[in-house]
Design a protein around this ligand. Structure first.
Ligand SMILES: [Zn+2]
Ligand SMILES: [Zn+2]
Length: 237
């Protein structure tokens, strides 16, 4: 059973919609992680069965948002938000609702600030994990570039690298969001978020997230899933 971790608990309004969201997902169109086997359609169909209402496919350095795919998602009851996992100064940064031109222009963390708008969103993913691509100290020193801090799905009851992320979010009064960083479909559904948005559209969802109308739903991964993930990452197949 997934339990709520009461970080900055938001009181939901009856007028708003409670939307089950996962905004960090990869598919077999990913230019970097070529071992992924599921297609965007398979991911969307799977998420629909799990009751998700909002998804963002965030391939490494590629915006894969297409109208046809968004229409396919809509038929499955899912709103697709345009997004990608950019590599900026060697660090992963999740960017949502930026134009392709803007994505090309953003080369440094400073550049992100230039292109931030009311209707786009910047998330710091897995900021204190162990790979080189994690932001670490660059997050705290460039906090104005980021709207939200990610609560990473990859943790066990005996280890987690999320504590520092939660501390930094509290220090700077930033929302925290749960995602699955799915590379395998079985990774979905352990950590996600409920967003309390006025309506189910990109603008209202981004606004609700920035206003911290976010409930984190998470549970630690079982030892078998941790091992499965490590093995699949090592074999990359
Ligand atoms: Zn990443
Ligand atoms: Zn990722």
């Amino acid at each position: 059973m997934i339990k709520f971790i009461g970080f900055k608990k938001h009181t939901f309004s009856d007028e708003d919609m409670e939307l089950k969201c996962d905004l960090h997902l990869h598919t077999n169109e990913d230019p970097k992680d070529k071992f992924i086997t599921h297609s965007p359609q398979e991911l969307i169909a799977h998420a629909s069965k799990l009751g998700f209402n909002v998804l963002a496919i965030t391939l490494h350095e590629k915006n894969c948002y297409k109208k046809e795919l968004a229409n396919y998602a809509r038929k499955k009851g899912i709103l697709l938000i345009p997004g990608c996992e950019a590599n900026i100064e060697g660090k992963h940064v999740l960017l949502y609702n930026f134009t392709d031109d803007e994505l090309k222009q953003i080369k440094t963390i400073q550049d992100i600030k230039k292109y931030k708008r009311k209707d786009n969103l910047v998330i710091a993913p897995h900021p204190y994990y162990f790979t080189k691509s994690c932001l670490r100290e660059k997050l705290d020193s460039n906090i104005e570039a980021f709207d939200v801090i990610e609560y990473c799905h990859f943790y066990h009851k005996f280890f987690s690298f999320n504590k520092k992320a939660v501390d930094i979010a509290e220090k700077h009064n930033k929302p925290i969001i749960g995602t699955s960083d799915t590379h395998r479909l079985w990774q979905m559904g352990h950590t996600y978020s409920i967003i309390d948005a006025k309506d189910k559209n990109v603008k209202d969802i981004i606004q609700a997230i920035k206003q911290n109308k976010v409930q984190l739903r998470t549970k630690p991964l079982k030892t078998t899933i941790i091992l499965q993930t490590i093995i699949s990452l090592m074999l990359k197949e």
